[in-house]
Ligand binder design. Structure first.
Ligand SMILES: [Zn+2]
Length: 298
């Protein structure tokens, strides 16, 4: 089946045509600078139509949606979108079926379409990047919850009083402790200078006496988060996406730390995998959500 996947970001928009689990055409543009709803919708539809008319489109947005996936609730860095019926706006301009989904949830569905979750019905995706996102597929379905907000693994509480970012406002959340921004702030506190706090550099220096406690803290906290989720959802695998996993030896190190937090019956079946989709994950994810929606309607 042919479907179009869209990754809407604050700085760039990527649109791809996905056919039988492969991207066969792809285009990318700078996001229209006002980031206002109508011009951005028009830009995305124009990019999608370049691949021919009629294919359904799945749009990944960097924010939350209501339970019916009709309205945007909270898109970071896009003022004026809250409460708009964005699914219908896209559909009326495109003239083909459109589904909108939170980008981390779509990433999770993309892993099943084209990544390491192929054939799985129970798995958790955690993206470790500037923030921490994720999606949970349980019994073959993406968990969306009573209000459309389920699967926010970056906001499980693993600390106590660390303030989470604007748009959240809770305390002690996973992302406020282990997101790249949080770890870089922590690096400044232990005396690193602004110039050498990129996570890539910090990972390269992980054996240094000053730096190693920072990574001990991060990896142990991430491990506790993973173990907690495993106990609740009993997944076939936990799949890690986002830039942090690319550090040499990062995944192995994490994989060694998780089991001690797991109850004995959970240890044997525990699988930690690295996402295989990379930056194209949202394109696959968009195509996956719209394909799934059309199958469910049929
Ligand atoms: Zn939070």
């Amino acid at each position: 089946m042919k479907a179009i996947g869209v990754d809407l970001g604050g700085h760039k928009i990527a649109v791809g045509l996905v056919e039988d689990g492969r991207i066969t055409a792809r285009t990318e543009e700078r996001t229209e600078p006002t980031r206002e709803p109508e011009p951005v919708v028009a830009q995305i539809v124009r990019m999608a139509k370049a691949f021919g008319a009629g294919a359904p489109m799945g749009v990944c947005i960097p924010g939350g949606l209501d339970a019916t996936r009709e309205r945007a609730l909270m898109i970071s860095n896009f003022a004026g979108w809250n409460g708009l019926p964005i699914r219908r706006m896209f559909e009326s301009v495109l003239g083909a079926p459109v589904v909108v989904e939170n980008d981390a949830n779509a990433y999770a569905l993309g892993e099943r379409l084209a990544g390491v979750a192929r054939g799985m019905s129970d798995y958790i995706v955690i993206t470790l990047g500037t923030g921490i996102g994720g999606g949970i597929v349980s019994g073959g379905r993406l968990l969306t919850g009573a209000h459309g907000m389920a699967g926010e693994v970056g906001h499980i509480v693993l600390g106590s009083d660390e303030p989470c970012g604007p748009g959240c406002g809770g305390l002690g959340h996973f992302e406020a402790m282990c997101g790249a921004d949080a770890l870089e702030k922590r690096a400044l506190k232990i005396g690193c200078s602004d110039a050498d706090i990129s996570l890539k550099d910090l990972w390269a220096r992980r054996e240094e006496e000053k730096i190693s406690p920072l990574w001990d803290f991060a990896l142990e906290t991430i491990s506790r988060g993973i173990a907690s989720l495993v106990h609740v959802f009993d997944p076939e695998a936990v799949i890690i996406g986002g830039g942090m996993r690319n550090g040499e030896g990062f995944m192995e190190n994490l994989g060694e730390r998780v089991p001690k937090y797991l109850g004995l019956p959970f240890r044997e079946g525990f699988r930690l995998l690295s996402s295989s989709l990379g930056t194209d994950a949202p394109i696959f994810g968009g195509a996956a959500v719209v394909s799934a929606a059309i199958e469910n309607r049929a």
